[in-house]
Design a protein around this ligand. Structure first.
Ligand code: NAD
Ligand code: MG
Ligand code: MG
Length: 338
């Protein structure tokens, strides 16, 4: 497998284009600011009255209504939430899109599940950072980058791959590594990763570990340090040098507990459930479920956010983090700005 880096891209390909970034959320703010600082001509397309307009303008970006930004663009990067993309694409993008323009996605969901069926003259590409948008921005600012996947779905003009690679390099991904894949593989692996390991699996593991200790009578503050705070410290060691690097740093006692107890938690039943989750993604049943959730006003998302806000682990965490001022000093999420 080829991994592409800065040296493999022709940055001029993207610098010659007018890029419209639609949406100024987690990915949108990162792409817009990184592209601008890489010398690309960027406009941010937002709904009239959007709360994000002031943030983008304060960052020194040009802002326009979505329709106008699209009409003037060579490349339109669609960075609204996935569940809003069909609407935005059909009503505001395609009717205003110049002939032969390129539309980019940061996740293959709507193209892969055929919720958006683009005009044949439109080039359809993907530049999908493998990390949260706020880190796409913060790593770029410190001269680093987040690895990204690129993919081409429709290539009317015959330049789609080189353009995607140039875009990936302009947002900083070429410092970390860029892999070419398909919309299908990106969509299925991304959904699987966030559901099974990164978000679903890990949040449930943290929560269950915390609750097990608190229910057994231990102090919530101790349970928070043990089961949530320390996750980062352990993950930093894995990130830096893999599993062996982490096991080198922990005690032999911890390592013995790791290799003998971990498999009791993530056992054959857990793996069977992971395969079920993957199958729901591959068959499209997860996608149908998520679209239905959106169409009925997102009741599960809203209830989940309310439950989390009221939970003890979040309240204890807020108090304890307040005593560690470096956490706030280094924070990458500032909702007034990004
Ligand atoms: P987000 O939830 O942060 O919000 C995007 C922005 O879209 C909002 O800030 C707003 O400016 C705008 N918006 C919201 N609703 C809109 C509407 N109805 N019409 C027009 N504009 C609207 O989005 P995000 O998490 O950055 O996701 C954008 C895309 O990037 C998705 O395809 C997602 O799968 C992909 N992606 C996200 C991440 C991530 O870190 N969040 C990582 C990889 C890929
Ligand atoms: Mg995702
Ligand atoms: Mg992802």
């Amino acid at each position: 497998m080829t991994v592409f880096y800065d040296k493999d891209a022709d940055l001029e390909l993207i610098k010659r284009k007018k890029v419209a970034i639609i949406g100024y959320g987690s990915q949108g703010h990162a792409h817009a600011n990184n592209l601008k600082e890489s010398g690309v001509d960027v406009v941010v397309g937002l709904r009239t009255g959007s709360g994000s307009a002031a943030k983008a303008e304060r960052a020194g970006l040009q802002v326009a209504p979505i329709e106008d930004a699209v009409a003037a663009a060579d490349l339109v990067m669609l960075l609204t939430p996935d569940e809003h993309q069909v609407d935005v694409y059909q009503n505001q993008i395609e009717p205003n899109l110049p002939n032969g323009a390129t539309v980019g996605f940061a996740h293959g969901f709507n193209i892969h599940y055929q919720l958006i069926e683009p005009r044949p003259d439109v080039n359809i590409v993907m530049i999908a950072p493998k990390g949260p948008g706020h880190l796409v921005r913060s790593t770029y600012e410190s001269g680093r980058g987040v690895p990204s996947l690129i993919a081409v779905y429709q290539d009317a003009a015959g330049q789609a791959k080189d353009l995607s690679l140039a875009y990936a390099v302009a947002i900083g991904a070429g410092r970390a590594g860029v892999i070419e894949t398909s919309f299908q593989a990106e969509t299925e692996t991304d959904l699987f990763g966030e559901q099974s390991v990164l978000c679903g699996g890990m949040m449930s593991l943290i929560q269950a570990g915390y609750e097990t200790l608190v229910e057994a009578g231990y102090e919530p503050e101790m349970a928070y340090f043990e089961c949530l705070h320390e996750v980062k410290l352990i993950v930093d060691l894995i990130y830096e040098g893999g599993i062996a690097n982490m096991r080198y740093s922990i005690s032999n006692t911890a390592e013995y507990g790791d290799i003998t107890r971990g498999k009791r938690l993530v056992n054959e039943d857990t793996r069977a459930e992971m395969r079920n989750i993957l199958e729901e993604i591959q068959s499209g049943s997860f996608a149908r479920e998520f679209i239905a959730e959106h169409q009925s006003g997102s009741p599960m998302l809203k209830a989940g956010r309310r439950r989390a806000a009221d939970s003890q682990i979040e309240q204890v965490g807020e108090k304890l983090r307040g005593m560690m001022p470096w956490i706030a000093a280094d924070r990458v999420v500032d909702q007034s700005r990004n």
